[in-house]
Design a protein around this ligand. Structure first.
Ligand code: GAL
Length: 638
């Protein structure tokens, strides 16, 4: 496993690596053998990279792609956009990074809207002799199916290309995440259930809704407030609306007293009534969006002023933000700034579009100081693994949301298939089944006045699922610790770990949740599906039934989840919310022969950056520990 940097010409000044944390892997200069035959050229149209790939290589990546999984035969444009409705590459979080099953991945360090052609065929030197005489009607119009990869980077006259080698895609992605500074480490509470309230709600309604969670005994850790908390939201004043929230400090304190963390919606377009508007003026781009300034958050001065505006909120106890609207609006109606704009740092609008979400997230993380968060952002880009911000969308296709989930894991991104409205109880429960097995268990009820499970009369079903999420928190938290220290994504496509199995190559409707669980959800109105399990021994998570690798047909109202044989899974008594001193009661679920199995559990203060981590290794023989976070109560054999 190695990371190589290959420099061609003179790269541009504003590239993602300039703003990324220090890499946590050594980076070698020079050309690895796997790129023999690569060519670079530069001209008036920018830089072009051409590489020939072997025929049977599968390609994945390009960030948060919602429309396709295996990228062979596609042309993808890496251009940030809100709500892209086609498979063009446009995305809330496109990333110029692809991984292959040929033992390497390629990261192009650019903030340009670059194009990847994954399908070209070079012109032959002479007329081919063996061209088919006649074409089958069924094949009349096909895509390109060549094996040349061509990357075009407009405007640039040089570029750094990173080649990351590794036996499995998992190794390649992990190295990429370490190149990005390592994966983020959320606070423990950040992995609990998260509910965003109706955007028109005032203080009493928010408190009432929060109270209902406790009355219904549905676990919830985070309450999110949508635009209505501000006096002016498009663009943002960052000031509490005195009519809806006459005493915000008290409202926040009351929520905190009940064990909730509070997250506020905002975006960076700054309204003239915002406290620091005047100071921010010289640090903003040329044009306004929704009458608000576009602060150049690559500048320390802008970061400082912007942070000062957020400080009263943070001092009040807000420990999370939803950073909206920082993607582009080519498909959503024109609220944007031109690509040709000049920003005070010297960046142009195109580059700023590519870096906006990342710089915004970086600014807000800094503003939170020593407090860890798991927040939200609607745009991210390259080298972003270290930022504790989860992506989301206004699109709502359940299938697309799951495609996003598996793809995000190839590119150091976190994504939540958030739950909003549903057609009926079955649809709602199907969506909750998916979201609890994602990095962030988010219900975004920003246009729903009631708890959706109350509306659809399925409180019990919803409660059971949210409790299941809480039971798996110690397991998920440890997976995030691995993300931070080794770069291994906590949620990922099966092909990352099982690329030698052909079935894994197109397996986009299942994913690994941590190292040991495979999740294979159903989408309403489905009642049955095929599930593919890699070779070896697996166990049904709910029934304990032993299964062999291969394809299985499943009929269920529940969510199919399977545990790898030989796993010692920590299963916690669900708590309704986390406190700094929460101690989990753990049962070790032993699946198959676990004599040699080790259950890893990480503990720390669960909430600050200065926390020191301790990794506990528990076995079936030795599980009494002096941990303050976990009490292992016993072993259950499956
Ligand atoms: C959208 C966002 C939604 C919600 C809404 C409120 O931009 O994606 O999740 O926050 O704004 O106006």
């Amino acid at each position: 496993m190695s990371v190589y940097k290959i420099r061609f010409g003179t790269p541009e000044a504003f590239v993602p690596s300039r703003f990324a944390p220090a890499p946590r892997v050594p980076v070698a200069e020079g050309m690895p053998d796997c790129l023999a035959g690569i060519s670079f050229s530069a001209g008036a149209r920018g830089v072009k990279i051409t590489l020939s790939l072997a025929e049977d290589v599968s390609l994945y990546g390009f960030g948060l792609q919602l429309k396709s999984f295996r990228q062979n035969g596609k042309k993808k444009t890496i251009r940030p956009n809100a709500d892209p409705k086609s498979d063009s590459g446009d995305s809330h979080a496109p990333v110029p990074f692809l991984v292959t099953t040929a033992g390497f991945g390629l990261y192009v360090d650019t903030a340009r809207y670059c194009d990847f052609y994954c399908n070209l065929t070079a012109k032959p030197a002479v007329k081919p002799k063996d061209a088919a005489e006649r074409m089958d009607m069924n094949d009349m119009i096909g895509g390109n199916a060549g094996n040349l990869l061509v990357v075009e980077i407009p405007y640039a006259s040089g570029v750094d290309l990173y080649c990351i080698t590794g036996e499995r895609i998992l190794d390649i992605v992990s190295q990429y995440n370490l190149l990005s500074g390592g994966g983020c480490m959320p606070p423990l509470w950040g992995l609990g259930n998260f509910y965003r309230c109706d955007m028109t709600f005032r203080d009493e309604q928010i408190l009432g809704l929060a109270k209902q969670f406790r009355e219904l005994h549905i676990p919830c850790d985070i309450i999110g407030l949508e635009p209505g908390w501000q006096t002016h939201a498009y663009s943002c004043s960052y000031r509490w609306d005195p009519q809806r929230f006459p005493n915000p400090a008290e409202t926040v304190a009351e929520l905190k007293k009940d064990g909730f963390h509070v997250n506020l919606w905002e975006h960076a377009f700054t309204h003239p009534t915002a406290e620091k508007y005047e100071e921010l003026l010289p640090c903003a781009g040329e044009h306004l969006v929704w009458q608000g300034l576009v602060p150049d958050l690559s500048l320390e001065e802008a970061q400082k002023i912007f942070t000062e505006m957020q400080q009263p909120l943070i001092d009040m106890g807000i420990d999370g933000f939803k950073l909206d609207e920082c993607d582009g609006s080519d498909f959503t109606g024109g609220w944007t700034f031109p690509n040709s704009d000049t920003f005070p740092s010297g960046m142009d609008g195109e580059q700023y579009h590519s870096l906006f979400g990342l710089l915004y997230a970086k600014t807000m993380e800094k503003a939170l100081g020593n407090t860890r968060t798991l927040s939200q952002v609607r745009n991210m880009g390259a080298l972003a693994a270290s930022y504790p911000f989860v992506l989301y969308s206004d699109l709502y296709g359940h299938r697309e949301f799951l495609t996003g989930l598996v793809n995000a894991g190839f590119a150091g991104l976190l994504w939540s298939p958030e739950v909003r409205h549903a057609e009926n109880a079955e649809d709602l429960l199907r969506r909750i089944q998916s979201v609890i097995f994602s990095p962030q268990a988010l219900v975004n009820a920003f246009y729903l006045p009631n708890h959706p499970w109350v509306q659809h009369d399925c409180v019990e079903g919803a409660r059971e699922l949210f409790r299941l999420r809480m039971s798996l928190l110690p397991y998920l938290y440890t997976a995030f610790y691995d993300y931070k220290t080794t770069g291994k994504p906590p949620v990922r496509a099966l092909v990352c770990d099982y690329q030698n199995e052909k079935e894994a190559h197109d397996c986009s409707t299942q994913w690994l949740f941590g190292d040991s669980l495979i999740v294979a959800p159903l989408i309403y109105p489905e009642k049955e599906r095929d599930v593919w399990l890699p070779p070896g021994e697996w166990y049904d998570f709910f029934t304990g039934e032993r299964m062999e690798g291969g394809t299985h047909h499943v009929v269920t109202d529940g969510i199919p989840v399977y545990v790898k044989g030989g796993t010692l899974l920590p299963f916690a008594q669900p708590v309704e919310y986390l406190l700094p001193d929460t101690r989990f009661e753990i049962t070790l679920r032993a699946y198959g022969d676990c004599k040699a199995a080790v259950c890893r559990l990480v503990e720390d203060d669960g909430e600050t950056h200065s926390a020191s981590y301790r990794l506990l290794e528990v076995t079936t023989e030795r599980y009494e520990t002096d941990s303050f976070r976990y009490r292992v109560a016993g072993v259950e054999q499956y």
